[in-house]
Design a protein around this ligand. Structure first.
Ligand SMILES: [Zn+2]
Ligand SMILES: [Zn+2]
Length: 280
């Protein structure tokens, strides 16, 4: 499968010269399965350029859109996703068990006339809501697994497995929460075990976490510690802090790798960069 990053920033879009290289758009990841199925994780502002690229590439479009949760930075790009305006588009919106009614209402509310000029119910595309079947949900030639993440609200992470290849998508997740965990450290070790590619929230550094407990995010160091036990081949550190400039991001990343990467010597670590692709 091929994975492309369209949005790598956490919390709020931050376009500008300081974020030009790693990107200012919020979370959105495209996955192309080998059978041609197009899967999209989250609808942060990165889904807007993805929509334009898809429209230029082919029609009709049959898309699977999977939501981790409905915080702004994972939802806000949806009204600007061009394929929703076309009758030739079919979108299956997938979310975790017992969340689809709430997700639908949230998407409708987001496009209420108070906030947006076009009403959700007037969209021309065919939009279907489904909940992922557990323990595994079939999408094209792949199997989708879900895990609750440690983040405020109803929030989930996912793993797509096609043949012997796997991609783990864990954004907005506090690996070491100081509140009762929805999933434990060991749960995540098992969920990520041996994956080919793993994307994880690494918004903070350890030295910044003291007063950020309960906010639902992890540090770069914690993600490396997880990799040391779960042995993914490649780890993408994502959901960058909005105020972190490209330069600071690289400095913090390089310094952390020097200190910690030997703990996970068989894993390659990269910073999520808008536009980057990975073939697994
Ligand atoms: Zn987020
Ligand atoms: Zn969130």
């Amino acid at each position: 499968m091929k994975i492309k990053l369209w949005g790598t920033r956490g919390s709020i879009p931050v376009p500008g010269p300081d974020t030009f290289r790693y990107g200012g758009n919020t979370t959105c990841v495209e996955v192309r399965l080998d059978d041609g199925t197009i899967v999209i994780f989250d609808a942060g502002t990165g889904i807007r350029p993805l929509g334009l690229a898809l429209m230029a590439e082919r029609q009709p479009l049959d898309l699977k859109l999977i939501f981790t949760h409905t915080h702004w930075d994972h939802l806000q790009g949806f009204p600007f996703f061009e394929p929703i305006n076309h009758a030739s588009t079919r979108i299956t919106i997938l979310s975790a068990p017992n969340t689809s009614a709430d997700l639908k209402q949230t998407l409708i509310s987001q496009m209420d006339f108070k906030y947006f000029p076009i009403n959700f119910k007037s969209l021309k595309s065919q939009i279907i809501f489904e909940e992922v079947v557990q323990p595994e949900h079939l999408i094209g030639n792949a199997r989708l697994f879900s895990i609750p993440t440690n983040h405020p609200g109803s929030t989930f992470g996912y793993k797509l497995v096609a043949g012997n290849r796997s991609f783990v998508f864990l954004t907005d997740n506090e690996l070491r929460p100081h509140i009762p965990a929805k999933s434990t450290w060991q749960d995540f070790v098992e969920f990520c075990q041996g994956s080919d590619l793993m994307l994880h929230d690494a918004m903070w550094m350890d030295d910044e976490l003291t007063d950020k407990r309960g906010w639902g995010h992890s540090s770069m160091e914690q993600v490396i510690e997880l990799a040391a036990q779960a042995h993914p081949k490649t780890v993408i550190l994502s959901h960058h802090l909005p105020r972190r400039s490209d330069q600071e991001l690289e400095e913090r990343f390089n310094e952390t790798l020097k200190r910690k990467a030997a703990d996970a010597a068989n894993t390659i670590f990269v910073l999520a960069k808008e536009g980057d692709s990975f073939n697994i």
